[in-house]
Write a protein that binds this ligand. Structure first.
Ligand SMILES: [Mn+2]
Length: 338
C-alpha cells in the first residue's frame, strides 16, 4: 500500500498520545534500557575476553535480555547490528553473508527496539567502541552527540514543525562540511508502528505536547564506519521566563535512557550547556534504570555507573571525568588541609 500524504488527520490524532499511552511508553523505554545496558555490558566483556561475538549472534543475546523484561513481546523491527564498515550502511541488515565478528578495533552501531505490552514501541541507537577509538571516530561521535543534545534542548514556539528545527542537530556536522542522508526524527507508535506519520523532521506539521519523536542524527564514512545516536523524546510544554503573546512554548523530554560511550566523547568540543545536559541525562539513567538492574545484574550496574559519571570543568577549562579515584584523592586533600 502506498501512502500519498505524510499527514492524515486521523494519523495526527493517533500520534498525540493520551496519558495512559505516555505512561506505557515511558515504562517500556525503561524496561528496554535495562535490557540494553545489560547487553552492552555483556558484549563489551565478550569482546574484551576474546570470545567470538558477531553482529547476528550479538542480536540473539540482546533478545534474551529483552525477554527477561516483564512486558516484552517481540522486536519492533530487525535490529541494525553493524560493525565497522557495515555501520556506514544506513539501513543495514546483517545476513549470514555479511555477518562479521565484533572486535575492539572499530565502531559498533546498534539500532534496535522492542514491543512492550505496557504500551510501548521502542527504538534506540547507540554506537560504541570496545577498544581505543581513533580521533576521527571521536570527532564524528562528539559532533553527532552535540547535535542530538541541541535538538533535545531546543525550546520552540507553537506552530513550529520538525522541519523548522532540523538544522539544530545538523549544525555541528555542517560546520565540518559533513551531513547525514536520512531524517533526524520520525514519529513512533505505542506498541504499534516503529515509524508513525504526521510528526517528524521532514514536515512542518506543528509539534504539540505528547508527540513522541526520535532524535537520531548520524555520520557515516563509506567503507569505514558509521555513528548514529538515537534517543526517543517526547514533546512537552516548556517553562519560559516570559510568555510572548500568550504563546505556548514547547521542548523535549528524553524517553530513551541508555548511556553514551564516554570514551568517544571529546568534551573540549562541547559547550557548557551541552555538558550540563549530558550530566543531567546521566543522573536520570542512574535514577530511573539503575534500580532495575542493580540486583539482577550487579556487574552491569557497576558498568553503567562507569558510563554515566559526571563531567566537570577543571581550572584550565579542560573537561575531566570525575572518577571515584579523583574524588577520593581530592577529599583526602581537603581533609588533610583541615
Ligand atoms: Mn528510529
Amino acid at each position: 500500500i502506498k501512502q500519498y500524504s505524510e499527514d492524515i488527520p486521523i494519523q495526527r490524532i493517533k500520534a498525540i498520545k493520551n496519558e495512559h499511552e505516555v505512561n506505557g511508553m515511558k515504562e517500556g523505554y525503561l524496561q528496554d534500557a535495562a535490557a540494553k545496558i545489560q547487553f552492552l555490558h555483556w558484549i563489551q566483556n565478550e569482546v574484551k575476553s576474546g570470545r567470538t561475538v558477531t553482529e547476528l549472534s550479538g542480536d540473539i543475546k540482546l533478545r534474551e535480555f529483552r525477554e527477561k523484561q516483564p512486558d516484552f513481546v517481540m522486536p519492533s523491527f530487525g535490529s541494525i547490528s553493524a560493525f565497522g564498515p557495515n555501520g556506514a550502511v544506513i539501513h543495514y541488515k546483517s545476513t549470514e553473508e555479511t555477518d562479521v565478528a565484533i572486535t575492539d578495533k572499530d565502531l559498533y552501531l546498534l539500532d534496535s527496539g522492542g514491543q512492550y505490552k505496557c504500551g510501548a514501541t521502542t527504538d534506540t541507537t547507540r554506537t560504541m567502541h570496545f577498544g581505543t577509538p581513533a580521533d576521527r571516530h571521536k570527532e564524528a561521535y562528539t559532533r553527532v552527540l552535540m547535535g542530538s543534545i541541541d535538538l533535545s534542548l531546543c525550546i520552540f514556539i507553537n506552530g513550529t514543525g520538525g522541519k523548522h528545527i532540523d538544522a539544530l542537530p545538523r549544525q555541528h556536522l555542517w560546520n565540518n562540511g559533513w551531513n547525514y542522508n536520512h531524517g533526524t526524527g520520525h514519529g513512533i507508535g505505542a506498541m504499534l508502528n516503529v515509524h508513525e506519520g504526521s510528526f517528524n523532521t521532514r514536515t512542518t506539521v506543528p509539534l504539540v505536547a505528547n508527540v513522541f519523536m526520535s532524535d537520531e542524527p548520524g555520520y557515516y564514512e563509506d567503507n569505514d564506519y558509521g555513528v548514529r545516536l538515537e534517543t526517543v523524546v517526547m514533546v512537552v510544554e516548556a517553562e519560559t521566563k516570559y510568555n510572548f503573546g500568550d504563546a505556548t512554548f514547547f521542548t523535549f523530554e528524553e524517553v530513551s535512557f541508555v548511556p553514551f560511550d564516554p570514551k568517544l566523547i571529546k568534551y573540549e568540543l562541547m559547550s557548557e550547556r551541552q555538558i550540563e545536559w549530558l550530566n543531567d541525562y546521566n543522573i536520570k539513567i542512574r535514577e530511573k534504570v539503575g534500580p532495575r538492574i542493580k540486583d539482577v545484574n550487579p556487574e552491569a550496574y557497576e558498568w553503567m555507573l562507569g558510563q554515566t559519571e559526571q563531567v566537570v570543568s577543571d581550572s584550565d577549562s579542560q573537561r575531566v571525568v570525575y572518577s571515584g579515584v579523583i574524588l577520593a584523592v581530592q577529599m583526602f586533600c581537603v581533609i588533610m588541609m583541615v
